[in-house]
Design a protein around this ligand. Structure first.
Ligand code: AHM
Ligand code: MG
Length: 340
């Protein structure tokens, strides 16, 4: 009986390496190591209900948020694996105040830096809802052989060389782009390998799902309120009203919308006047994937990938998903400016 050829993540990225002129295998090794760390985190996340690992670690992270134990585990796992790969000279993580540099002289010679949210949506862990890891990789600007500097991390998202996420859901998937399409790999736990499952992922131009924390409606800018009302209105020609789907876990909400067509919004609110999501390790990597799959990512006013970051934990308002839907939300913001 004919059998479909199974392609593992490592095999695939090795094949793709040939498509990059002058590639020396450094990025390939980095992506491979990310996949290995993801398997460790997958194992821990899938056993979260069984072992005494649920709940708070008693620490707060740099944004003053309660750090769950699995956040801390995922942070350590990715950080150690990345620096041990000797292809990454430094890390900016949601779980660390400053940048993390390696003591290893070999790693100081590495050409890449990593921005990572080791476990996003972690408030969902206790209730068995999907969480994710989000990552973004840049070529360093500073010379090799020394510690990376802040400027290596504060590059605009358009300069990312690779980005992706791991979703720990009903199955665990790793989805990534190096700027030549979006590829998805599903973890087969029986063989412990990420296997190619989604070749060249494309997002529909439009859809009928909107994802937003509507509980904050009264605190949203007027343009977003008007856009939400538009989503709720009945109009057969544009397939409205749209369905509201909000998991509260960016990776899971984005993943569904990318596959089915939809829009995710995290606008500014009174509590978070710049939005809640972090530019470097949440918005930029998701924006890169969105654009590579044919979608769009915006603050509501400008392209996310064009922003020059000012600091590593910077927050921005975020609107991402099917291109036509994001454009429509931008139009509403333009049509209904807030009066100061
Ligand atoms: P986190 O990094 O602390 O997990 O926060 C990011 C998460 C996103 O995954 C999610 O979309 C959003 O925060 C949910 O926030 P809210 O509960 O305010 O709607
Ligand atoms: Mg996060």
């Amino acid at each position: 009986m004919a059998q479909n050829k199974l392609i593992t993540l490592s095999e695939f990225i090795l094949q793709r390496q040939a498509e990059f002129p002058y590639a020396k295998g450094e990025l390939t090794r980095l992506l491979h190591h990310l996949g290995v760390a993801a398997k460790f985190v997958h194992k821990k996340v899938s056993k979260a209900g069984l072992v005494d690992i649920l709940g708070s670690s008693g620490n707060t992270n740099v944004q003053g948020e309660d750090q769950k134990k699995l956040d801390a585990f995922a942070h350590l796992e990715f950080a150690e694996m990345m620096l041990a790969s000797e292809e990454c000279c430094g890390i900016a993580s949601e779980e660390s105040d400053g940048i993390i540099c390696s003591d290893n002289p070999q790693a100081k010679g590495a050409g890449y830096v990593l921005c990572i949210d080791p476990l996003d949506g972690s408030s969902n862990i206790d209730v068995n809802v999907s969480v994710g890891t989000i990552f973004s990789i840049y070529r360093r600007i500073s010379p090799r052989g020394q510690d990376p500097v802040l400027e290596d991390f504060l590059q605009s998202g358009a300069r990312q060389v690779a980005a992706g996420y791991i979703i720990y859901g009903s199955s665990t998937m790793l989805v990534y782009t190096t700027g030549a399409g979006v590829y998805g790999f599903t973890l087969d736990p029986s063989i412990g390998e990420f296997c190619l499952s989604n070749l060249s992922m494309k997002t529909p131009k439009t859809g009928n799902i909107y994802s937003v924390n509507q509980g904050y409606f009264t605190r949203f800018p007027q343009g977003i309120k008007e856009y939400i009302k538009y989503c709720e209105e009945k109009d057969d020609a544009t397939n409205r009203p749209y369905s509201l789907r909000y998991i509260g876990s960016l990776v899971a909400d984005f993943h569904r919308n990318m596959l089915k067509g939809g829009i995710y919004l995290y606008p500014p609110t009174a509590a978070n006047p710049n939005g809640k999501l972090r530019l470097l390790y949440e918005c930029n990597p998701i924006a890169f994937l969105a654009e590579q799959s044919g979608g769009k990512a915006s603050t509501g006013y400008e392209r996310v990938l064009s922003i020059k970051p000012a600091e590593i934990h910077q927050r921005i308002p975020f609107v991402v998903g099917s291109a036509e839907m994001v454009t429509k939300a931008e139009e509403f913001l333009k049509m209904h400016p807030d009066k100061d």
